[in-house]
Design a protein around this ligand. Structure first.
Ligand SMILES: Nc1ncnc2c1ncn2[C@@H]1O[C@H](COP(=O)(O)OP(=O)(O)O)[C@@H](O)[C@H]1O
Ligand SMILES: [Mg+2]
Length: 284
């Protein structure tokens, strides 16, 4: 049974006004437990609208969402439960840090779950260690953290609820390459260690290639593709036609292959490229 399933899911903003717009249309998706799904697509293609449906933040105009086999809008109880089962971290989540200390901020979610002080403490420390925040950070005001640390503290707040499904909406936007790699590495590790399902909305196909097991491509409010990284990235011509950028390294290898060099054209990360070239030179 898929952990997340949507059935003919559609959502209109500003219904019944001249500004009515279908942000997502007829989305049918099945995501299996334990996958790390990279969600890509243009700005405005419906990525944020889609993920906000999965934890009951937005109510579908039509269609259904199932989490763990349960229709999340079946009752008040199912909708309340889904907020804890599916943890959503918005874009620029650091703007939502508001407590006096980082510790209090991270503990906000688990506290709402009605856990004991001891359990809360355990979860806060576990989440802090996942995002690489140290003991001494926890007693500080979030105000004194660097940009990257603030971002990580905000993500820890969602991880601390130990949701079955963790969703991060553009978790690396606005960070420098080092901050970006730190966050990507930590997301990958979190999924490996906890076995949870993770959905990451991203701008960068290279970032997605580095960590995802599956890729979801949104285009003009619809799901354009869903499959493994290899399945999706081998369709780079279609992706380019949609106006999305395939990784630079993919372009290099596709061009090399077209020029008759004996390389695999389906290369998505610099590391894969390095190994592919090493193979080529060895043969020569
Ligand atoms: N609060 C809103 N009110 C009206 N329209 C919105 C709102 N949020 C998003 N939209 C519109 O819905 C469409 C999908 O947006 P969104 O889900 O934010 O896409 P993405 O995350 O892929 O950039 C866009 O056309 C966007 O302008
Ligand atoms: Mg968005």
């Amino acid at each position: 049974m898929p952990i997340v399933k949507t059935q003919d899911l559609s959502y209109l903003y500003s219904t019944g006004t001249p500004f009515e717009i279908a942000a997502i249309r007829d989305v049918n998706l099945e995501i299996e437990q334990g996958e790390l799904v990279g969600i890509i697509g243009h700005t405005g293609s419906g990525k944020s609208t889609l993920v906000q449906h999965l934890n009951g933040l937005l109510k579908p105009t039509s269609g259904k969402i199932f989490v763990d086999g349960l229709d999340i809008w079946e009752s008040k109880q199912t909708v309340r439960d889904v907020r804890f089962k599916v943890g959503l971290c918005f874009q620029y989540p650091e703007y939502q840090l508001f407590e006096e200390t980082v510790y209090k901020d991270i503990s906000f979610g688990p506290k709402n779950m009605g856990l004991s002080e001891d359990e809360i403490d355990k979860k806060v420390r576990m989440a802090a260690s996942f995002v690489g925040l140290k003991e001494e950070h926890l007693d500080k005001s979030p105000f004194y953290l660097s940009g990257g640390e603030k971002r990580r503290a905000a993500i820890a707040g969602v991880m601390a609820m130990e949701p079955k499904v963790l969703i991060l909406d553009e978790p690396t936007s606005g960070l420098d390459p080092k901050g970006r790699d730190t966050i990507l590495g930590m997301i990958k590790e979190y999924r490996q260690d906890t076995g949870s399902t993770v959905l990451v909305v991203s701008h960068s196909m290279e970032d997605v290639a580095k960590m995802a097991t599956k890729v979801l491509v949104m285009n003009e409010s619809k799901v354009a593709m869903y499959g493994t990284v290899d399945e999706i990235y081998s369709r780079s011509d279609e992706i380019i036609k949609m106006g999305l950028d395939v990784p630079q390294i993919t372009r290099v290898f596709t061009s090399l292959a077209k020029c008759g060099v004996n390389v695999n054209p389906n290369i998505y990360t610099v590391n894969q490229g390095k190994l592919e070239l090493a193979k080529l030179f060895k043969k020569a």
